[in-house]
Design a protein around this ligand. Structure first.
Ligand code: IPM
Ligand code: MG
Length: 400
């Protein structure tokens, strides 16, 4: 193609992107306030098993929730609804990240518990459709990806507020191969988008009496978008004079997380999407791996809770799905309980998860037949949770 044609085609593509993104910006500006779960009856919780090991670990999490929420389910305050069809097979069949009928069902719920879904990348046997996760975060405007990592023994108590709808993710499937030898992707940052994630991080810090919020960017190099994220962060920080605000670049932050002398100083971290994706995997590793970490995707109207890891198709191919660690989905369930107003139940569940996964470790999950199955592990958590001395047992573990 002639050079002018190449440029014209690219300009047209870019104009389309700008149009959609300016419309989105307007939507964020005019969005309504937060849903109030206390006034909802029922709170409808959609259960999406996902792909690969997803249905296995999601089932275990649901088992735990059904025990904890027995009364609420019986009284009609909470309703669980299974939503089928968010599988890679069905998504490929309709060539959509979320099939329409699934999306319609999802939108009838207020809260979702979702197993991992397979995300094809270029070169995989699946066609290169957009990630279901990314599509759902965008579609339901789940702008905050909240990922706590705690390793009490090592003094680690972090919570990451990863922006979830912008950055390179927003247009990750809208890049352009300008010529067969030149590809361009787009990175997007908006001021209201940066503001709402920063505000959520500071509000959280204020609520749980944390004293420091740290932004992580690469604003020294990626000046315009990361620059806007960082400036907005400091603008929001002015509204919280009692909380220390500082910022680090992603490269040195990645290094500092392995620095045992410095890492315990970090408390609340707020980051653009991609840095948040990477740093939270690293952070989860200190806690026992991505299999142990849950993630909350929060928006003003909807909220979705999931594991931070993928669907592990290899485990299924090798016949090991029953050995997958359900702790990530159970952690995610605890976050869900917390979010919809059942903090006491959430704390109970978290204590049981800590005892089983970090202290007592009576049963070990290895992902293979050398360890216990996810079902056995879940039984261990349920049994621990039912112990009337749970709290003192947990406190004893903290001191030991
Ligand atoms: C995560 C995952 C997803 C992401 C993938 C599956 C698209 O890694 O939730 O961190 O990159 O956000
Ligand atoms: Mg990730």
């Amino acid at each position: 193609m002639e050079r002018t044609n190449v440029i014209e085609r690219a300009k047209e593509h870019f104009a389309g992107i700008l149009k959609t993104q300016l419309e989105r910006l307007e939507r964020i500006r005019s969005e309504e306030g937060w849903v109030d779960y206390a006034t909802l009856k029922p709170i409808v919780v959609g259960i999406l098993g996902g792909d690969g090991i997803g249905p296995h670990i999601t089932n275990e999490a649901v088992r735990v929730l059904e025990v904890l929420l027995k009364e609420e389910i019986e009284s009609g305050k909470i309703e669980f609804r299974t939503i089928d069809g968010l599988t890679i097979e069905r998504r490929v069949e309709v060539m959509k990240p979320i099939p329409d009928e699934v999306l319609a069902e999802i939108k009838k719920c207020q809260v979702l518990l979702k197993g991992p879904t397979t995300t094809p990348k270029k070169g995989d046997p699946w066609p290169n459709i957009e990630s279901a996760n990314v599509a759902m975060r965008k579609e339901l405007d789940l702008f905050a990806n909240v990922r706590p990592v705690r390793v009490p023994k090592e003094g680690i108590d972090w919570i990451f507020f990863r922006e979830n709808t912008e950055d390179v993710y927003a247009l990750g499937s809208d890049g352009i191969e300008v010529t067969p030898e030149m590809a361009i992707d787009f990175k997007l940052t908006t001021r209201p988008g940066s503001e709402r994630i920063a505000r959520l991080a500071f509000e959280h810090a204020k609520k749980v009496k944390k004293t420091r919020v740290t932004a992580v960017t690469k604003a020294n190099v990626v000046k315009t978008t990361d620059g806007m994220f960082l400036h907005t962060f400091y603008d929001v920080a002015k509204e919280y004079p009692d909380i220390q605000a500082d910022d680090w670049f992603i490269d040195i932050m990645t290094a500092k997380l392995v620095d045992t002398k410095r890492r315990t100083d970090f408390q609340v971290l707020v980051l653009p999407n991609l840095y948040g994706d990477i740093l939270t995997d690293e952070a989860a590793e200190f806690q026992g791996g991505v299999g142990t970490a849950g993630s909350a995707n929060i928006g003003k109207r909807y909220a979705m809770f999931e594991a931070i890891h993928g669907s592990a198709p290899r485990m299924v191919q090798e016949g090991r799905a029953q050995y997958a660690d359900p702790a990530s989905m159970i952690r995610a369930s605890a976050m869900m309980l917390q979010h919809i107003g059942y903090s006491e139940l959430a704390e109970k569940l978290e204590m049981a998860l800590d005892i089983c996964g970090q202290f007592e470790k009576k049963l070990i999950i290895t992902g293979r037949s050398t360890g216990v199955t996810g079902r056995e592990y879940c039984d261990y958590i349920l049994k621990t949770m039912a112990d009337p001395n749970l709290k003192s047992r947990w406190e004893a573990c903290q001191k030991a």
